[in-house]
Design a protein around this ligand. Structure first.
Ligand code: KIV
Ligand code: ZN
Length: 515
C-alpha cells in the first residue's frame, strides 16, 4: 500500500513570522478553515508563549477546527510547553511541537548551553508534552548545520521520551538537496529507535532550495513535510505547500507516497493568504502564479489546442483555476447566491452574515453587469474584514480631479459612532483621499505598502487593494475591494486603521528565540 505524506502547514506560525505578514485572530481562523477544507493534516496554528493574542488564536482554532490536527509551538521549557498544552486542550486532535537548537553556533552563542544541557532540556520538554498529548513533535533547530553524531544522540533521546514526529529543520536554508536527502537517510539508518517516529522536513528558502530539499527528504523516507501557502515565511520564506504537493502528485512514477489534499482548494487559499497578508504572488510562480498555465507562444498554443499534454503537465482545474465563469447578475436571488458560494466552498454560520454578503452582492450588481466567481470571493473577503467592533467606518467620499489642478478628496467617516468629515489635496486622488482620512483620524502611521490588483478583467472590474501600515513598530495589513479604485483604497486604509486601534495592551514581554 502507498504511504501517506503528511502535510503540516505552518502558514499561521512560521509564515506569520514574515515581517509585515501579521494577521488578526479572525484572519487566522479564516485561513485555518480553508486549510481544513483542503484536508491539510496538521495546522501549526501559532506559538502560544509569544503573546496572549497568539494563545487566543491557537485556542480558538483548536475549538473550531475539528478535521485537522491543531499544533502549537513551544520552546523546550516548562512555561512554553504548559501554555501550548493549554492552548490545544480543546482540540479534537492536538499536537505540541517543541524545539531547541542543536548546531554548535546556536548552542554556544545563542543558548549558551552545553550539548548535555540541551539533551536534558529536550528530554524534559518532550516528557512534559507527552503528559498532555500523545502527539508530540520535536525539532532540533538548525539541524542542517548540526553535528550528525549529536543529532543521532538527541533524537534517540527525544524518541525514547515519547516524541512521535521528528522534524529536521534547515533553519537557515543552507543545505543542498543531495546533502539534505542524505541527512534524512543517515538519521533513519543510524538512530536505533527511528522506526518509532515519523520523520519530517522543514526547509527554508534562502538559497531557493526549500522545495527541492523537501522533495529530497521525501525520497529518503520523510513522511511529513512542513510548508506554507505561497511559500510565505521569514526572509526568503518556507517551502511552498502547493509546489511540494503538486510535485509529488504529478510525479507518482517517482514518489512512493502521496498526500490526501484536495488540490482544487490550492488557488483559492493562495489568494486568501495573499489578500490577507498583502504579499502578492509573482505571476510566474509555479502552480499559483497568474501565468502558471498561460501559453503565450504560438507554437505552445498550437500544441495545447491539439493535445493539452504537449505543454501542460498538470491541469489548471486540478489546482483550482476554475474557469472564471459569469455566474450571477442583477436579477439573481438569494438562493442562487448562496448556492454559488457553497459551490465555491464558502459557507456562513449565521443568517446575518449571508444577508450582509447578499446586500453587498446586490450593490455590486448595480454597478457591474456581470458578476464572476472571483467577485463573489471578494465580496466575502470584504465582509470578513469588517468587524462589529470597528471604531472607524466609511460613510461617503467625493473626489475632484482636473488636469492642471491638485486632486481634492472630501471624506466622511464615523469614528466611535460620531460622523466626521475632512478634505485634502494630494499627489493624485488616492493620496488626497488618504490625507483626508488621516485628517479625520490622525494616527501618524507610516504607509509601508499599497498594492492594487484587478479581480477580473474589464474597466468595470473590482479592484482589490492591500495596504500595510506601521505605527510605533506595529505593522498591520488592510484590505478593501470596490469597482472604484479610490473607494477600494479608502476601505483598505480604514480596515488597517481599525486594526491599529485594537487593544494591544495585553502583551507578553518580547519573546526571544532562546529557551
Ligand atoms: O526553522 C526552524 O527551525 C523552525 C523551528 C521552530 C522548527 O521554524
Ligand atoms: Zn522555520
Amino acid at each position: 500500500m502507498q504511504d501517506r505524506l503528511i502535510i503540516f502547514d505552518t502558514t499561521l506560525r512560521d509564515g506569520e513570522q514574515s515581517p509585515g505578514a501579521s494577521m488578526t485572530s479572525g484572519e487566522k481562523m479564516r485561513i485555518a478553515r480553508q486549510l481544513e477544507r483542503m484536508r491539510v493534516d496538521v495546522i501549526e496554528a501559532g506559538f502560544p508563549a509569544a503573546s496572549p493574542g497568539d494563545f487566543d488564536a491557537v485556542q480558538s482554532i483548536a475549538k473550531q477546527v475539528k478535521e485537522s490536527t491543531i499544533c502549537a509551538l513551544a520552546r523546550a521549557n516548562e512555561k512554553d510547553v504548559s501554555l501550548a498544552a493549554d492552548a490545544i486542550a480543546p482540540a479534537r486532535l492536538g499536537r505540541i511541537h517543541t524545539f531547541i537548537a542543536t548546531s554548535p553556533i546556536h548552542m554556544q552563542d545563542k543558548l549558551r548551553m552545553t550539548p548535555e544541557q540541551v539533551v536534558d532540556r529536550t528530554v524534559a520538554a518532550v516528557t512534559q508534552a507527552r503528559n498532555s498529548t500523545d502527539d508530540v513533535e520535536f525539532s532540533p533547530e538548525d539541524a542542517g548545520r548540526s553535528d550528525l553524531d549529536f543529532l543521532c544522540r538527541i533524537l534517540e533521546a527525544a524518541i525514547d521520551a515519547g516524541a512521535t514526529t521528528i522534524n529536521i529543520p534547515d533553519t537557515v536554508g543552507y543545505t543542498l538537496p543531495g546533502q539534505f536527502g542524505q541527512l534524512i537517510f543517515d538519521l533513519r539508518q543510524r538512530i536505533p529507535n527511528s522506526d518509532k517516529a515519523v520523520f519530517s522536513a522543514h526547509c527554508h528558502n534562502d538559497l531557493g532550495l526549500a522545495v527541492a530539499n523537501s522533495l529530497a527528504a521525501i525520497l529518503n523516507g520523510a513522511r511529513q513535510v512542513e510548508c506554507t501557502i505561497n511559500g510565505l515565511g521569514e526572509r526568503a520564506g518556507n517551502a511552498s505547500l502547493e509546489e511540494i504537493v503538486m510535485a509529488v502528485r504529478t510525479r507518482q512514477d517517482v514518489f512512493e507516497c502521496d498526500s490526501n489534499l484536495d488540490t482544487k482548494q490550492i488557488v483559492p487559499i493562495s489568494r486568501l493568504v495573499s489578500n490577507i497578508t498583502g504579499f502578492s504572488v509573482q505571476p510566474n510562480k509555479a502552480v499559483v502564479g497568474a501565468n502558471a498555465f498561460a501559453h503565450e507562444a504560438g507554437i505552445h498554443q498550437d500544441g495545447v489546442i491539439k493535445r493539452r499534454e504537449t505543454y501542460e503537465i498538470m491541469r489548471a482545474e486540478d489546482v483550482g483555476w476554475a474557469a472564471n465563469r459569469m455566474v450571477l447578475g442583477k436579477h439573481s436571488g438569494r438562493t442562487a447566491f448562496r448556492e454559488r458560494l457553497t459551490a465555491l466552498g464558502i459557507e456562513f454560520t449565521a443568517d446575518e452574515e449571508l444577508d450582509a454578503a447578499f446586500a453587498r452582492f446586490k450593490d455590486l450588481a448595480d454597478k457591474k453587469h456581470e458578476i464572476f466567481d472571483d467577485d463573489l470571493q471578494a465580496i466575502v473577503t470584504d465582509r470578513a474584514t469588517e468587524q462589529s467592533n470597528e471604531r472607524v467606518r466609511f460613510v461617503k467620499m467625493s473626489i475632484a480631479a482636473e488636469t492642471g489642478k491638485a486632486p481634492r478628496a472630501q471624506i466622511t467617516l464615523t469614528v466611535d459612532g460620531e460622523e466626521k468629515s475632512a478634505q485634502a489635496t494630494g499627489d493624485g486622488v488616492v493620496d488626497a483621499a488618504f490625507k483626508a482620512v488621516e485628517a479625520v483620524t490622525p494616527t501618524e502611521s507610516e504607509l509601508l505598502l499599497y498594492s492594487v490588483n484587478n479581480i477580473t478583467s474589464g474597466t468595470d472590474a473590482q479592484g482589490e487593494v492591500s495596504i500595510r501600515l506601521q505605527q510605533n513598530g506595529r505593522v498591520v495589513n488592510g484590505q478593501g475591494s470596490d469597482t472604484d479604485i479610490v473607494a477600494a483604497s479608502v476601505k483598505a486604509y480604514i480596515n488597517a486603521l481599525n486594526k491599529l486601534q485594537e487593544d494591544h495592551s495585553r502583551q507578553f514581554p518580547q519573546v526571544g528565540n532562546t529557551v
